[in-house]
Design a protein around this ligand. Structure first.
Ligand SMILES: [Fe+2]
Ligand SMILES: [Fe+2]
Length: 450
């Protein structure tokens, strides 16, 4: 098999951070812009090289846990998680803003009775609800960072992102210097970018200044305000050279290429982000990777080939991070508009991964996993000759897992029933060789387990 091109670790993480922007409902490049702003502060504070490296990755990955509370937000607030998350980042935590936010975001498309019930529940239990939502996000983010082999400093910086200088933050209410410095910088840079993107430089600096002593350490705000006078700091945020400038900020002596083990860990980490998005797809990407590997082994693929195909399976649904849980978790049939939205996810998967040279061979697999041999699939309606074997394998693994797992609108099927249903579409949806390989591999697994 041809070796994929090499890539720097920072380049890989920066490219994948776009998936986190989508989940948070932020304009593309949010994590990269936050990295730019936060690193200016870190450099201004004369942090050591080790501290700057930790800060760098904490800034890029601050939203790793972002998908883990999306389903709960939809359930509690009866609303679209992306808009909720984007707008929530703009409030300052004062009671008046929080009340306005709840009333203007809860159950807008629900019946009056449902909306009233949801608003009352949030007003009565608001503190506990927001603590739970933030806790889920922070802990999951830290766990995923550990899975990706980042050290405790990066994990803890992510875990404490929403703590505030005056102790009013969540989930623990840490106070002052008990909050890791990287978390403090990341939150400040996040607020600066959110307001900069909506209302510009003045609004961003005003917002930071107004939260001095409450959300932020006044000394940190002072440092930021002195940096904020430089035009280059702001102009870079919307410059085409932003990504290159952010890559150049990683301390040189710590730059490393992403080796195969690293590519595996990062793929697994981002699969966890995808699988955290909806309770109905928990574990889906990981199981699809297992079934994919069983099929590939049965077809005699060599170890290197199986390795990159497992990564493709882990990341095939990364574009689903852009789809609202109001659609992903809908218990009834999707309408045409909702179904059209769902159908965008495989194309988005391909778009996200296409920015990563080391993943160049998995782009077609991720983008084509809902195509069918008869041309009736999506997004392009490709036909048999245009769908490669690797994509056909992931398609079989994907549908097999979808049928054998619970969905919002039906219970999981048994293995035999799922295989019977899939057999009816051999040659039209599924490649016979791939389905036979799955059946044979499952038979062998049954024998091994007997
Ligand atoms: Fe999919
Ligand atoms: Fe899938």
């Amino acid at each position: 098999m041809e070796q994929p091109p090499t890539i720097r670790r920072a380049e890989l993480i920066a490219a994948l951070s776009h998936a986190l922007d989508l989940t948070e409902g932020q304009p593309r490049g949010h994590c990269i812009r936050v990295c730019w702003l936060g690193m200016q502060i870190g450099i201004g504070l004369n942090l050591s090289t080790e501290e700057l490296v930790q800060l760098y990755y904490a800034l890029l990955l601050k939203d790793l846990g972002c998908s883990s509370n999306a389903a709960r937000i939809c359930q509690l607030y009866l609303t679209d998680d992306h808009k909720f998350k984007a707008d929530f980042k703009r409030i300052d935590g004062s009671l008046s803003q929080a009340l306005r936010f709840v009333i203007s975001h809860t159950g807008l498309e629900s019946s009056m009775a449902e909306r009233f019930r949801a608003v009352v529940n949030i007003m009565r239990n608001g503190g506990q609800i927001s603590r739970e939502l933030i806790e889920a996000r922070c802990h999951r983010g830290a766990d995923i960072a550990r899975q990706m082999n980042f050290g405790e400093d990066v994990a803890e910086a992510i875990q404490n992102l929403d703590e505030h200088w005056d102790g009013s933050g969540k989930p623990v209410g840490l106070h002052g210097r008990a909050i890791p410095l990287a978390s403090q910088i990341a939150l400040l840079a996040q607020v600066a970018d959110v307001f900069y993107m909506i209302s510009g430089r003045e609004a961003a600096t005003q917002e930071i200044e107004s939260r001095s002593g409450t959300w932020f350490d006044p000394k940190l705000v002072e440092m930021f305000m002195s940096l904020a006078e430089w035009d280059e700091v702001w102009e870079t945020l919307s410059s085409p050279s932003l990504a290159d400038k952010v890559l150049a900020l990683e301390p040189e002596e710590h730059t490393q290429l992403a080796d195969d083990d690293y590519l595996d860990s990062v793929s697994k980490g981002f699969a966890m982000v995808v699988d955290s998005k909806s309770p109905f797809t928990a574990g889906h990407s990981e199981r699809v990777a297992v079934y994919t590997d069983l099929i590939a082994e049965n077809l005699g693929f060599d170890a290197g080939h199986r390795r990159w195909l497992r990564r493709a399976a882990l990341l095939h649904d990364i574009g689903k991070l852009a789809i609202s849980n109001t659609i992903l978790d809908k218990p009834s049939k999707l309408n045409d508009v909702e179904y059209a939205q769902i159908k965008t996810h495989s194309k988005l998967s391909a778009e996200i991964l296409s920015g990563i040279p080391a993943f160049h061979n998995i782009v077609a697999v991720a983008g084509g996993h809902h195509e069918r041999l008869d041309g009736k699939g999506y997004p392009f309606g490709l036909t048999e000759s245009q769908i490669n074997l690797e994509t056909r394998i992931v398609t079989v693994a994907d549908v097999f897992d979808a049928l054998t797992a619970d969905r919002p609108y039906r219970k999981a099927m048994g293995i035999d029933e799922a295989l019977r249903i899939m057999a009816k579409e051999v040659g039209t949806a599924f490649d016979p060789t791939c389905l036979n390989a799955l059946v044979a591999a499952l038979d062998q697994t049954k024998i091994a387990a007997a």
